[in-house]
Every structure is written in structure tokens, then in C-alpha cells.
Design a protein around this ligand. Structure first.
Ligand code: ZN
Length: 462
């Protein structure tokens, strides 16, 4: 099967040019320029004559007026399967992913059962092979007593190990110093850490309850899950990684102060310790609790406008290496109440790419940088094989987006099982026209091809 995607503005590896992409049997066969838009001296070879002669392709997609990007790799999602499937499942959330231009996701281990045994990990792969409509892999979860299993992990099938360092999420808290030392010493795969200091949070919560009663108002969330709690825990993780030479990726950095702990990821330099930003922290500030209540209650808490400003700056200066979603659906009833009662986490995967494209329109980052943060860097940092870039021989995971096409988030467009979004009522200017996964159109015209099943991702860890 051959496919020609013609006439789009292709964004890849720091450049934008107008050209064609030829796909053969699910892989990119050729990238050819029409004319060079932003790089007058293109190094690619000259255009072929496909536009002017009868073409030999089985199908042709006209991307004129659109941008063609590598499919997004979302390296931080919670699809809730198995065990929490009233909130979400692999089938529903991978549909939302396809509709959002996300062609690959890495799911987190705080499910029921937790993904903290080799059997539970295997079970997730089996479920995804039946139900996932885009490509997939799964983090393994570290606990207080499973470090011995790290040596048996299938390194070519998983992105790494997830560590909840002083977080209450899903009862996977690891905060015993000697266990943390063992984890950082033993883990040879990338270690992704959620960093919040539980002792500080507990102290702040007790104070808030003393003043406000059993369920303090959600506007206090960022004071309870405070900057100090984040900084203290992130500092500890960074120190341990430096001590043991562990490859550490700190999940969802939320404060300006933490950013100083990271050195920039550049084309030539991959630091041992890198940081992730999640879309919600780039879109909202703690002041938005006034408007959105507990809908945007997430852990760590969304912080101040200054923190948001600094996080946005770090997208471009390299201290933020990847942008993911921390897509974490809960049912509407579970999002009621204040700091103690309302569940933490929100859905985001269906609207992450269009949200980031909106930040491009606002001048926060360039579209080339967006592609680095959401596609190239997740592939590079986790050792993803043959995805995340538009290159000959790579899997044809790509998304076609059209600018200046306003549409509004309404409940009927939401594909996540929970059925709500903090972005309801928001009008986006960018529209996801089509998502291709392994050369197959998995999403177009508002429809997901649910007969399609994605592939397990392969990894090569250096
Ligand atoms: Zn998470």
C-alpha cells in the first residue's frame, strides 16, 4: 500500500517546508520539498514529478493549507485500566488520543492491580493489543519492595520505571530513604519521578483543616501541596540521581524554583537529569480555581501566574525537555468538594496538541519547538525506536492540523470516558484534520477508526 500526503507544511527537526510525504506499507518512504518556505537552502533532494504526472499511489491525501507534524508521543498518561475503568479505559482514552493527534502513549502504573509485577505489566500489554487504537507502552511502578524485579524488566518494551516519591496517588508512595537509595542505584532504565514531599503536605493539610474544617476550599490546594513540598522532593530526587548516575526525568515540574535544578537539553547534550512540563500547568494558574473549581485540582497543584510564566519560558530555553499531559480522568462526581474530598487529576489528551498550538499562536514557543517537546524529545529521551520523527524508514505516525479553523469544545466532541473537560466552552483555532498511526488513518472528520489497533513501541536504552 502506498500513500501520498501532498502539499502540507511539514514541521520536523527544527525546519518547516512545503512538501510531500510518501508512505509505503506503514512507513515513511520519502520526504520531498515543493519549495522551501523557511529554509531557502534545503538540504533535501529535488522534488519528484508526482504532482504533474499520473501518480502511482494507492491513495492521496491533500494537505494543502495544513501543517504535517510527527504524531505526538504522550509519555505520561493514566488510562485507568485495569481496575479503575469506571473513569477511563484503554479503548476510550486511546480514541481520545487519536482524536487529539497523539499516536503513542506511555501509561502509568497506578492502576488496580498496580503495574508493579512482571505479570501485571504483561497483562497490560495483552489488554492494549486488544483495545488500543494508537501505539502504546507502559511504565513499570517502583514500590518499597520490588527493586529485585528491575533486572528482569523487558527493557526493549518499556520506557522506564515510575517512582511516586512522596505522593499519595494510588497508594504507591515510596519514601523510605534506604529504599529510594536502592531504587536509584539499581534502576538502569529511565526513572520518571513524581516529586512531592508528603510530610510537608500533611503538615499543611492539618493546618488548613484546623482553620477551614475537614474539606478546605480548593483554592487552598496550591498552599497545601506547596512550592516547598515540590522543591524539597525534587531536590532529593536530583541529589540521588547525581549520586548514583541514574537517568532521571522529573514529571510535571510546577514551580519556577525547581527549574533551576535542570540544565538545558540541547541537540548535542542530553543531561542525566531532565524535566517534564504538563499541558495543564502551561494553560492554567491557581487563580483559575475560582472559575473551574476542583476540575483543575491536580497533583502537584497548579501554581502561581509567575510559575506558569517561568514554565512557559523554560519550554524554549531547554530546561523543560518534554511536554506531556498527565491525562488522569475522574468521573464528575469524584471531582466535587474541596482539597480533601475532590479527586486530583483531569483529562487532557484529546486537547493537548491544539492547546500547545494555541501557545504557538500566542508567541510562547515556535511550532518547531512544540514538535521537539511533544514528539522528538520523548522519542530521544526514552529511546523510542523509529517513531517521533518524520524520517525515511520510520513508522508513518503523523498528524495533519489546519490553522484558522475555529471550533469549540462541547460535551459531544469529548471522547474520554469521563465525559468532561476543563476546556469545555473554549474555542480553539487549530483543528486536527487527520491522525495517521503506522500509515493508517485512525482519525478524521471527527471519527476514530475503532477497528484499528496500534502497535507496541520498541525501545533501545543506551
Ligand atoms: Zn501522573
Amino acid at each position: 500500500m502506498t500513500l501520498l500526503i501532498r502539499g502540507g507544511h511539514i514541521v520536523n527537526e527544527g525546519r518547516i517546508w512545503e512538501g510531500d510525504i510518501v508512505v509505503e506499507d506503514g512507513r515513511i518512504a520519502e520526504l520531498t520539498p515543493h519549495s522551501s518556505l523557511h529554509t531557502p537552502h534545503s538540504t533535501l533532494h529535488t522534488p519528484h514529478s508526482s504532482l504533474h504526472t499520473p501518480h502511482p499511489y494507492d491513495s492521496v491525501i491533500d494537505a494543502t493549507g495544513c501543517y504535517v507534524l510527527p504524531g505526538v508521543i504522550d509519555s505520561h498518561v493514566h488510562f485507568r485500566e485495569p481496575g479503575l475503568t469506571d473513569k477511563a479505559d484503554i479503548d476510550s482514552e486511546s480514541r481520545a488520543a487519536a482524536a487529539g493527534g497523539v499516536t503513542t502513549y506511555f501509561d502509568m502504573p497506578n492502576t488496580q492491580p498496580q503495574t508493579t509485577t512482571l505479570e501485571a505489566l504483561d497483562e497490560k500489554f495483552q489488554r492494549a493489543a486488544r483495545h488500543s487504537h494508537v501505539n502504546y507502552s507502559f511504565f513499570y511502578g517502583a514500590t518499597n519492595d520490588n527493586v529485585d524485579t528491575f533486572s528482569q524488566l523487558p527493557a526493549d518494551r518499556i520506557p522506564g520505571v515510575k517512582l511516586f516519591m512522596g505522593s499519595s496517588t494510588g497508594n504507591m508512595l515510596v519514601d523510605r530513604q534506604e529504599v529510594l537509595e536502592r531504587i536509584f542505584r539499581t534502576c538502569k532504565l529511565p526513572l520518571m519521578a513524581h516529586c512531592e514531599d508528603t510530610a510537608i503536605i500533611n503538615r499543611n493539610m492539618a493546618e488548613a483543616k484546623g482553620a477551614w474544617g475537614d474539606d478546605p476550599p480548593v483554592s487552598l490546594h496550591a498552599m497545601i501541596r506547596s512550592e516547598e513540598a515540590c522543591l524539597s522532593s525534587t531536590r532529593k530526587a536530583v541529589a540521588l540521581a547525581e549520586k548514583y548516575g541514574t537517568r532521571l526525568h522529573v514529571a510535571h515540574v510546577t514551580t519556577a524554583e525547581e527549574l533551576d535544578l535542570f540544565s538545558p537539553l540541547t541537540a548535542r547534550h542530553s543531561p542525566l537529569i531532565t524535566a517534564e512540563a504538563c499541558v495543564g500547568y502551561l494553560l492554567f494558574t491557581q487563580l483559575d480555581h475560582e472559575r473551574l473549581g476542583a476540575k483543575i485540582k491536580v497533583n502537584p497543584a497548579i501554581k502561581t501566574p509567575v510559575d506558569q510564566f517561568m514554565l512557559r519560558q523554560a519550554l524554549t530555553d531547554g530546561r523543560i525537555a518534554t511536554v506531556a499531559t498527565d491525562h488522569a480522568p475522574h468521573l464528575p462526581a469524584q471531582k466535587q468538594g474541596g482539597c480533601a474530598r475532590a479527586a486530583s487529576g483531569m483529562p487532557m489528551i484529546q486537547f493537548s496538541l491544539v492547546s500547545m498550538l494555541e501557545l504557538v499562536d500566542q508567541g510562547v514557543l515556535t511550532i518547531q519547538r512544540l514538535v521537539e517537546l511533544m514528539c522528538h524529545h520523548p522519542a530521544r529521551l526514552f529511546g523510542v525506536q523509529q517513531r517521533g520523527f518524520l524520517r525515511p524508514g520510520y513508522q508513518a505516525d503523523l498528524v495533519i492540523v489546519r490553522p484558522q479553523t475555529p471550533w469549540t469544545v462541547t460535551p459531544d466532541v469529548i471522547l474520554s470516558k469521563c465525559g468532561w473537560s476543563p476546556l469545555e466552552g473554549h474555542t480553539f483555532q487549530w483543528h486536527i484534520e487527520r491522525t495517521l498511526c503506522n500509515g493508517h488513518t485512525v482519525y478524521q472528520n471527527g471519527q476514530v477508526d475503532t477497528s484499528y489497533i496500534g502497535q507496541p513501541v520498541h525501545f533501545h536504552h543506551p
